[in-house]
Design a protein around this ligand. Sequence first.
Ligand SMILES: [Zn+2]
Length: 128
Amino acid sequence: MCPHCEAVITDPHATVCVQCLRPLRPPPVLRLAFPAGEVKIPVGQRLVLGRDAGQSPVAATFTQYDNVSRRHATVSLDAAGQPRVRDENSTNGTYVNGERIPPGVDVPLREGDLLRLAADVTGTVYLS
Ligand SMILES: [Zn+2]
């Protein structure tokens, strides 16, 4: 049922009300909770994680970790709300739930996954 006009919604995947055309739920946001701060990626966007402020807009979150590469990994949230991470040929690797992922490949993430850069910085994946 639409929360705005109470129209009955028959399509369980519908994102917009067929009657009043208002969104049925807010657009998803990917959040990565790291010890030094939280990183947010809106739907349809991608973000480079790394220690170099010229490569990554969130470099301040990682500057204290010497093992993190200047350009380490890219996280993204596609239009359908699927989060992914790609290792950018980092020196010390990117890990999802303890498993090293291959460089240059987009790997799907799920709510609650642990994303680790190199040996010593781990973030938790949240979708909201
Ligand atoms: Zn409606």
